[in-house]
Design a binder for this molecule. Structure first.
Ligand code: AMP
Length: 279
């Protein structure tokens, strides 16, 4: 079967009926890089059918954020997806997903109030709403998410469990550039100088890992060392540094295994995130 590009929800639902089970699904906002391709390849090996969505979801950006500037290149994405042998690319318009007077929301409480949720109010409500819609439209057997967005994985798993959705969530490790920078569509915003400074996120999580391996269990000591490292970079502004329980995302005083070390840092005008699980 050659790859089909589908823009309408009804067409997607109809084509879904013709796919061989199980169906793997990778939701993305497009502008694909090796991080996305890792998810897509993982999904391809585990399922005879593969659906990938390309949709820059406006409801997960807040008004001051980069929705309109977010990079897009669907033609290039189609070429990459054809090579990966995707069966269906679902690329709805904003109007198709959010018709006038759209007003139904899926919200996961508490977990979404911390970390990314605290810095980006409404972000996760947008994510869970669009992901729930995509799950309903595509009805995948398995959906694939990157560990790069660690909190997103925790929130989606909680939504799937608590709303009794019939699919499995698979987490794929973070893909990095040669110098450790986590791959992200937003890396294209960085100028050459910022691109160099951006490795400080990876340096900070690597430092946390090193301290933990050496036996440091005082979370505040580790946070402080990460802070000191990042503060040496004048172009870097810390949004948060967190060492938290991997399930509740509650901040820890004493590091136990597993613990999620995560951070958000602005490099110039570009906000980047990264994380590592200590275990
Ligand atoms: P996005 O297009 O940024 O919404 O990302 C789509 C999916 O790709 C999400 O599940 C991300 O977590 C995942 N992803 C993005 N960057 C990476 C990366 N560097 N490594 C692994 N997964 C990633």
């Amino acid at each position: 079967m050659s790859m089909k590009v589908v823009e309408k929800i009804d067409d997607m639902k109809r084509l879904r009926q013709q796919l061989t089970e199980p169906v793997g699904f990778v939701p993305t906002m497009g502008y694909l890089h090796e991080g996305h391709l890792a998810l897509i390849r993982w999904a391809r090996t585990e399922n005879p059918s593969l659906v990938v969505s390309l949709f820059v979801n406006p409801t997960q950006f807040d008004p001051q954020e980069d929705f309109s500037q977010y990079p897009r290149d669907p033609e290039r994405d189609f070429g990459l997806l054809e090579k990966e042998r995707a069966d269906i690319v679902f690329m709805p318009s904003v109007d198709e997903m959010y018709p006038p007077r759209f007003n139904s929301w899926v919200e996961v409480g508490r977990l979404t109030e911390r970390l990314e949720g605290a810095s980006r109010p409404g972000h996760f409500r947008g994510v869970t709403t669009v992901v729930a819609k995509l799950f309903n439209i595509i009805q995948p057997t398995r959906a694939y998410f990157g560990q790069k967005d660690a909190q997103q994985v925790v929130v989606i798993k909680k939504m799937v469990a608590e709303l009794n959705m019939n699919l499995e969530i698979v987490t794929v490790p973070t893909m990095r550039e040669g110098d450790g920078l986590a791959m992200s569509s937003r890396n294209t915003y960085l100028n050459p100088e910022e691109r160099e400074v951006a490795t400080v996120l990876y340096q900070a999580i690597s430092l946390a890992q090193k301290l933990w391996v050496r036996g440091e269990t005082n979370a505040q000591v580790i946070r402080q060392q990460m802070l000191t490292l990042i503060r040496k970079e004048p172009l870097a502004a810390i949004d948060y540094i967190s060492i938290a329980d991997t399930e509740t995302l509650d901040e820890l005083d004493t590091v136990k295994s597993p613990a999620l070390v995560s951070l958000a840092v602005k490099i110039g005008n570009t906000r980047l995130i990264d994380n590592v699980v200590l275990e």
